[in-house]
Unconditional design. Sequence first.
Length: 274
Amino acid sequence: MTTTTDRPSDGERSRVFGEAAEQYDAARPGYATELVDEVLAYARLAGRPALEVGAGTGKATVPFAERGVPVLCVEPDDRMAAVLRRNTAPYPGVQVEVADFNEWQPGERRFGLLFAATSWHWLTPGRRFELAHAALEPGGAIALFWNPQGIIDPALHAELAEIDRRYGVDGSPHAQLGSTYGEVPGSRGGAEGWPAEECAADGRFTDFRASRHWQEVRYGTERYLAFLSSISAYRILSEENRAGALADTARVLDREGGGIDMCHLSDLFLARTR
């Protein structure tokens, strides 16, 4: 086993998902139906198109497209975009552009909704709300959401935390106990913080709302390992460390009945342009 103290930048970490695009698509959880319904009720699109930032393989795109929403997806990785195009092929209202949203320009296009599913934190702080505002119509809505997770069993949490420490894993889904999450959205453990303060400081948005949706999920060992393999915390490890961390995690989960019980949350932040 080797350890490394040099960590990739956020920009570098945001590009590692394409290496495992198929694993990402197969193993990553989706988003609560109630969350999508809440976003659409808030946005009141009435046929206006939506813009998705960092669409990945379409985990959030498809639920919106299924409801008839035209969606323009901006995705920086062409490998993720290839899977996204395949997943959204049945929905003619979905368009995909391969670009970094930090540099992307809407031109004359304006949208009734901008949403970002577990991708907003990859954008440049201090500029991202300005970029969002430039793409939205007056009164347009912004919806930012994430899928924080927590492990339910404290003893299993402690054992897996030791494996993470040993291999230099920083930020695995089981790094936090589910019991440490309260009812308030935003307690998702991310260093970048909840977006309400930054959005308020921008001054061009109003009508802030937030909600948290809960469910418990059982992952079998194989699916959980595929999920871990798709996460940047594991993608940035050396091949040796990644293989060791996954193998040790598999041994523990198989010993504990062949899987892991997780608390799966969907945290949502809403605002609209003034």
